[in-house]
Design a protein around this ligand. Structure first.
Ligand code: GDP
Length: 271
């Protein structure tokens, strides 16, 4: 097997564009005899990916501004782990001393607000849910942020619906949600976090492009890294869109959300 093919296999998880880019980057050093053994090449690859993640995906910490409440919208396709990540994030922020309000903005799926209510109970956070059936998501979020403001909450965590990302109605709804919270607190939402399922491979990229184009994503939560998935494709998302990974999901429990650690991630991907 020639070196190009071996390299391509090593970085196959990242997607074709990145693979070509990295292989081209290392070509010169390999031809010049600077990288000889397999382990030297692997180390150089790790360095390239780490550099890409740390230069293109900066601001891995939440940027919550100074106005209260800070508003975080969680978006993504169904089943990716939005509600679960919101619950875990609530737990993490609460442990840091923040007063958290949850907002059940997935008014499309009947069971979604029940699921979020379970998380509210589990984490001891208050929650705002729709008062009537078929309520508009934007009204629920707007109402929640108003309550957050009046009740002295530090952060309002907004769940949103996640039917197919190609669904035009959903994207319209997300724009309405974003605008509605911005009317209550200037500068809100402070963060719009896109949840990407680590097991979905290359599908991550079109999803991220679309959500980013419509609402402007400020950070990524990469879920389900506790299974066999390594989530390497997220490197393509960071590279193309310059959006940082902020958290990784490593299970279904309250403690299973970790701040993104680029070095640990790269080591795991190449392990
Ligand atoms: P949503 O439709 O995007 O809100 O997704 P959910 O939060 O309902 O999650 C879908 C499924 O994935 C649920 O069974 C979650 O328990 C599970 N899940 C979410 N995050 C993780 C994770 O990091 N690891 C594992 N193993 N499962 C997860």
């Amino acid at each position: 097997m020639n070196w190009k093919r071996s390299l391509a296999l090593l970085v196959a998880d990242f997607g074709p564009k990145i693979t070509i880019k990295i292989v081209e980057c290392l070509r010169e050093d390999i031809y010049a005899g600077k990288l000889k053994s397999g382990s030297e090449i692997k180390d150089a690859l790790k360095r390239s990916v780490l550099e890409l993640l740390t230069t293109k995906g900066t601001k891995t910490e939440l940027q919550l501004g100074f106005r209260k409440p800070a508003v975080i919208m969680i978006v993504g396709v169904n089943g990716g782990g939005k509600t679960t990540s919101l619950g875990k994030l609530a737990h993490r922020l609460k442990k840091e001393g923040a007063k958290i309000l949850m907002a059940a903005g997935d008014t499309f799926r009947a069971a979604a607000s029940d699921q979020l209510e379970i998380w509210a109970e589990r984490t001891g956070c208050e929650i705002v849910v729709a008062e009537k059936e078929k309520a508009k998501a934007s009204s629920v979020l707007s109402q929640a942020v108003k309550r957050g403001k009046q009740g002295g909450f530090d952060v309002v965590l907004c769940d949103t619906s996640g039917r197919l990302h190609t669904n035009y109605g959903l994207m319209e709804e997300l724009i309405a949600c974003k605008n509605a919270v911005g009317k209550v607190v200037a500068g809100a939402p402070n963060e719009i976090l896109l949840v990407l399922d680590g097991t979905t491979g290359l599908n991550m990229l079109p999803q991220a492009r679309e959500f980013n184009e419509v609402v402007g994503i400020t950070g990524l939560i990469l879920t389900k890294l506790d299974g066999s998935a390594r989530g390497g494709c997220v490197v393509s998302v960071v590279d193309e869109l310059g959006i940082p990974v902020k958290f990784v999901g490593v299970g279904e429990g309250v403690e299973d959300l970790q701040p993104f650690d680029a070095e640990a991630f790269v080591s795991a991907v190449f392990s």
